[in-house]
Design a protein around this ligand. Sequence first.
Ligand code: FAD
Length: 419
Amino acid sequence: MEKVDYLIVGGGISGLSFAARLPSGADYLIVEAEEELGGYCRTVRCGGFTWDYSGHFFHFRRAEIETYLRERMDGEEILRVERKSAIHYADRLIDFPFQKNIHQLPKAEFIEALYDLYFREPNEESNFYEMLISRFGRAIAEKFLIPYNEKLYATDLRRLDRDAMGRFFPHADLDEIVRNFREPDASGYNQTFTYPRGGAIRYVEALARDLDSTRILKGEPVIAIDLERSTAQTEERTFQFKRLISSMPLDRLYEIASIPYNRELYQANEVEVFNLGFDRKGPEAIHWIYYPNPTEIFYRVGFYDNIFGDDRMSLYVEIGRRRQQTPEDWRGTLDKILNDLSRVGIVQEHELIAHHRVVLSPAYVHINQAVIRDSKEKRAALGRNGVHSIGRYGAWTYCSIEDNIIEAFELADRLSADV
Ligand SMILES: Cc1cc2nc3c(=O)[nH]c(=O)nc-3n(C[C@H](O)[C@H](O)[C@H](O)COP(=O)(O)OP(=O)(O)OC[C@H]3O[C@@H](n4cnc5c(N)ncnc54)[C@H](O)[C@@H]3O)c2cc1C
């Protein structure tokens, strides 16, 4: 049996950040299931195109986190981009966020949306659906906010907490909405974003740069954890740990650590991502478009070429589904995507010359009060056994990579101070 102080399960942003923050000389080992580090922040290069596993763009709120990463990215060009995003609605593009741009709707619909907004009756907000109607009125909610989010989350929004999207939901009150008719204000949490020319993987490489490569095992999933004995097992070996830091999905951790749990509580969607490279340029001056209408299979299409300033259209196309519902027949899905892209006018004379596909599962977890309570209790109990479940899926939450880095750094500081 191999002994280690910190066994880090998962070499994505969270696991790497934890290892990077440990004091020098700390005894750690990262065990990553895949052959490559990075988790959901991996990047693929194909046919001269650079694609992430899904559109990953960065908006750091803490300057010291961005500085920390940049100091470890010698020579990497970081693009800083003013976001231009829109919603495909009634055969036109409306600026995002929808609720602040209702004046761009056809006149009758604008009047309806404004009327419902003005005379809305603030109501109990016991779930996400009710929050949308209560704050924005029925028309804005039913035209965009409900269909779009149901398409993304692949669930009834009554099953989600009113704050399921936390700070990522673009709230706006009546004053802000009306003011925006005259003085457009596109501010939001990601009004400008950064993106490394080499893709999201560059941030992963920055976090891994100072790590000891002999302390990283790849292609070796942890398959069982014994909480009483503080051991973890892969197909190849067993480790005895003092602390285990896991960023695998929390429900998967329960399974391999034999912790009984209510599966019904741990719901999530999965996102099937198609990255598509074409032989010529497509629409310009737009970074991504949201599609609330059920006739289009995708909920969002993004344009890497307009971020990089390239002359060939390079898209990511995202489809939301219930977990484990993605069909095997991805070629059928690709045909449908190409048809829909052509119907909405993105693909015209274009020839598809490269493609890549990945399924992110889970992608957006379904947050409600019951799962918040349950996961908090279980994670606290795990912590008492020296097992710390962190990260977007380890904490069963909605967050950014910056949040993951901060959480992992804070945990590393706390645990190393305890030794
Ligand atoms: C569609 C989508 C778009 C996003 N866009 C953005 C964005 O624009 N900006 C942003 O900041 N964030 C974005 N995010 C969030 C971001 O991807 C995550 O916050 C971040 O990647 C989470 O990192 P993590 O290390 O916590 O988890 P992961 O990336 O999931 O890493 C976990 C690692 O654990 C490994 N693992 C799992 N099980 C085992 C096991 N049994 N044994 C060993 N290893 C295991 C996995 O292989 C993986 O490498 C997006 C997420 C999604 C789904």
